[in-house]
Design a protein around this ligand. Structure first.
Ligand SMILES: NC(=O)c1ccc[n+]([C@@H]2O[C@H](COP(=O)([O-])OP(=O)(O)OC[C@H]3O[C@@H](n4cnc5c(N)ncnc54)[C@H](OP(=O)(O)O)[C@@H]3O)[C@@H](O)[C@H]2O)c1
Length: 334
């Protein structure tokens, strides 16, 4: 059973964090799926946010009261110093989630994290530091992505003695704007779900607004320093694909059937190899890679929220059913 969402409160019981002259946050990755939702929740909770963005032709940044956009990327040390100067906390959410090679992930998730951490450590009064890692970091041997997230965590943990860091490891995140799970939900809505054959693993999920709410709670409670937390939607024991298809059919097909289309893992591996080769040739960042197949077929991606909830009071508000209800319709068609 899911608990009701707890609104952000600070120690004095206010609905907003205590704002003072250090009430500005530095946020990386604000133009991405998770970061954009974070931005909305952080400003909604009363924080001012200085957000890093990479200038790109045609890019239109949302105008949000309380948000100051700063141009730069994770390779630009001056931009990172300017981003972090005088902030109360750094929320480092930028990350490479697609890539063909070790280097594609390493440059962003390891070296980029190293630069953000060192810019934070240069501050006379080091800001609190939150790394949005991934549950994948629990199994670094599976993929370049998983290894890079694990190594990124290592950098934060050894960055500086006076840095008060926390690592969050969200399970698979879904919600409007997600590009990883949304294709599967679209297939479910059409009545067919291509999935790896013969796999019966269990996994946790988290709705993107719940992840953002967890960050707001972390800020409000000033707890969890030096700790790593896994986050999921409150479904103890996680899901298997059968349950996902059953809930998906109920929400996205009005109770209509969803047929599982088993794809042999050998076929998926071949497709992943071909996709990786094409990506290297054509210069795009692939999602389907041999590492992604190993992640997909890993039997245990179940996690446990209890410690984070205990120390911050955060409780997830959206299970898969509620989350799918939110993304059904317009969001699913985009
Ligand atoms: N989605 C999930 O299921 C999930 C699960 C667990 C953990 N996470 C973690 O959550 C974080 C965000 O993931 P996401 O799903 O939101 O990915 P996303 O949509 O691809 O967003 C990635 C963000 O990082 C920025 N970024 C990437 N490389 C950068 C660089 N070199 N310099 C500056 N910014 C850079 C991107 O900027 P541009 O817009 O300019 O590309 C974008 O804002 C990642 O750290 C990921 O590991 C995600």
């Amino acid at each position: 059973m899911l608990a009701t969402a707890v609104p952000p409160t600070n120690d004095r019981g206010s609905d907003f964090p205590q704002l003072n002259n250090r009430s500005t946050l530095a946020l990386t990755g604000a133009t991405g799926f998770v970061g954009a939702t974070l931005l909305t929740h952080l400003t909604g909770a009363g924080w001012r946010v200085r957000a890093l963005y990479r200038p790109r032709k045609g890019r239109v940044l949302p105008t949000i009261p309380g948000v100051e956009w700063l141009s730069g990327d994770l390779e630009d040390e001056d931009a990172l110093v300017a981003l972090i100067a005088g902030t109360h906390a750094v929320i480092h959410c930028a990350g490479a989630v697609r890539g063909a090679s070790h280097d594609d992930f390493d440059q962003v998730n390891v070296e980029g994290t190293r630069r953000v951490a060192s810019a934070a450590a240069r501050e006379a009064r080091a800001p609190r530091f939150l790394l949005i890692s991934s549950l994948a970091a629990r199994e670094p041997q599976l993929s370049h992505y998983a290894e890079s997230k694990w190594r990124g965590e290592g950098i934060i943990k050894t960055a500086s003695e006076n840095m008060r860091w926390t690592v969050l490891r969200p399970s698979a995140v879904f919600g409007p704007g997600d590009r990883e799970l949304l294709p599967l939900f679209r297939c479910i809505a059409s009545g067919f779900a291509p999935l790896p054959a013969g796999t019966n693993g269990r996994f946790s999920l988290i709705y993107v607004d719940d992840l953002a709410a967890a960050v707001v709670r972390w800020l409000a409670t000033d707890a969890g320093h030096g700790q790593t937390f896994e986050l999921h939607d409150g479904q103890a024991g996680g899901y298997d694909w059968g349950t996902v298809l059953e809930i998906g059919g109920r929400v996205l097909r009005g109770g209509g059937p969803v047929r599982r289309v088993p794809i042999p893992v050998s076929v998926l591996k071949l497709a992943a190899l071909a996709n990786s080769a094409a990506a290297r040739l054509l210069g795009y960042a692939p999602m389907l890679t041999p590492g992604k197949i190993r992640e997909l077929t890993h039997p245990d991606w179940v996690c446990d929220n209890s410690e984070f909830s205990r120390i911050t009071g955060w409780q997830p508000a959206f299970g898969l059913e509620q989350g799918l209800t939110c993304i059904s319709g317009k969001n699913l068609k985009k």
